[in-house]
Ligand binder design. Structure first.
Ligand SMILES: Nc1ncnc2c1ncn2[C@@H]1O[C@H](COP(=O)(O)OP(=O)(O)OP(=O)(O)O)[C@@H](O)[C@H]1O
Ligand SMILES: [Mg+2]
Length: 347
């Protein structure tokens, strides 16, 4: 796998402020130490219960939310990443901050960040609120082209027409407003807008969860085609494991700010290694009648990211937990087929 994006020790904590003086009383540790590699051209799924930090992670990777600590590397050669790691150990080493400012997206100053933004885009869940109702479609799609000064004025409408066609809409619809379109069409417009800057990486935050199943399938087919034709890389956040299984190249399972397992869909579905992945898989309705499915109700509540459990965060809900799980945090170990962070993995 050729790595396009890599995060190392990425954390995003939201401060909790209390009292008149607004003193920091704690933090929501929404993303709490993520090491993740996304391959060029890969469609990586991100699944996990509500509130586990999926949206925060997606937005942090593309720097829509500033990270608290850690590194984000976008198309950075391995030897430079290693250089940065080495030099970090001697914080004062000359060249460390220069390298970081040059290569680490987490440390980019705002001017550099703006220039970088066009290479990464986000498509939201709700096509009803993500498009400005007062703007015509052509302006919605050409806005990023204008902001990033990508094309002279006379060439813009040609490009908008081209993108509309790419997402299965027609040039004739350019002068319409968002309310004149259906939910599925609006999501096509949101995708068109994301494509306008010719990005190489797109984060989708539950892009089809508000759509009918048939429309959902059309959008997924469109994403598949676009990925192939435009050599795109996707981070695809979803609640729907069966969608993730059918479209993703790999799936990362997130639990309270951490990735607990990552692997190919067939591994996660047929032989999950983390007890939490197993619980998720077993709680997903599956259309395939030949597949066995037990009923599994997860005991206990999802822990608060403000005060996550010690050791393995899943231990209070895990039937396999031992002393070790309570006291020591398991790290993602790279296996031949996938990675899991668990002291007593299944399979
Ligand atoms: N701007 C913010 N300020 C403070 N806390 C936040 C902020 N954004 C998110 N959080 C908290 O961070 C945690 C993770 O939220 P996030 O939206 O990333 O979860 P999610 O996995 O996307 O959930 P869902 O599946 O419901 O969309 C939650 O506890 C949430 O309340
Ligand atoms: Mg979310």
């Amino acid at each position: 796998m050729q790595v396009l994006i890599e995060t190392r020790g990425l954390k995003t904590h939201f401060p909790i402020l209390k009292g008149v003086l607004r003193r920091q009383a704690g933090a929501v540790r929404a993303v709490d130490g993520i090491d993740l590699k996304i391959g060029r051209g890969e469609w990586l799924g991100l699944v996990g219960e509500s509130g586990c930090g999926k949206t925060t992670l997606g937005k942090t990777i593309i720097r829509l939310i500033p990270p608290t600590s850690g590194h984000i590397y976008f198309e950075v050669p391995e030897d430079i990443k290693e250089d940065i790691e080495r030099q970090k150990e001697h914080k004062k080493a000359k060249g460390y901050s220069t390298l970081e400012l040059k290569y680490d997206l987490a440390a980019f100053p705002s001017r550099k960040l703006k220039a970088f933004r066009r290479r990464m885009q986000l498509v939201h869940q709700d096509p009803y609120t993500s498009l400005n109702p007062r703007m015509k479609i052509r302006d919605i799609i050409s806005e990023p082209i204008v902001v990033h000064r990508l094309l002279p004025r006379r060439e813009r409408m040609g490009r908008v027409a081209e993108i509309l066609e790419m997402v299965g809409l027609s040039e004739k619809q350019m002068a319409r407003y968002p309310h004149q379109f259906s939910g599925g069409q609006r999501q096509r417009i949101a995708i068109a807008r994301a494509l306008a800057t010719k990005p190489s990486f797109i984060v989708f935050d539950e892009p089809t969860s508000s759509l009918d199943v048939s429309v959902q399938a059309q959008i997924l087919n469109l994403l598949m085609e676009l990925k192939r034709e435009q050599t795109l890389t996707y981070l695809y956040i979803t609640h729907d494991l069966s969608v993730a299984e059918s479209v993703c190249d790999r799936i990362a399972v997130m639990y309270v700010g951490k990735i607990v397992e990552i692997g190919k869909p067939e591994e996660i579905f047929r032989s999950p290694k983390h007890p939490y992945s197993q619980a998720l898989v077993l709680s997903t309705p599956l259309p395939d009648p030949t597949r066995k499915r037990g009923r599994l109700v997860l005991p206990g509540e999802v822990p608060s990211p403000t005060n996550p459990p010690s050791g393995c965060r899943f231990h209070p809900r895990c039937t396999r937990a031992t002393e070790e799980c309570i006291h020591t945090e398991p790290l993602l170990t790279a296996g031949d087929t996938g990675s899991v962070a668990c002291w007593h993995p299944l399979n």
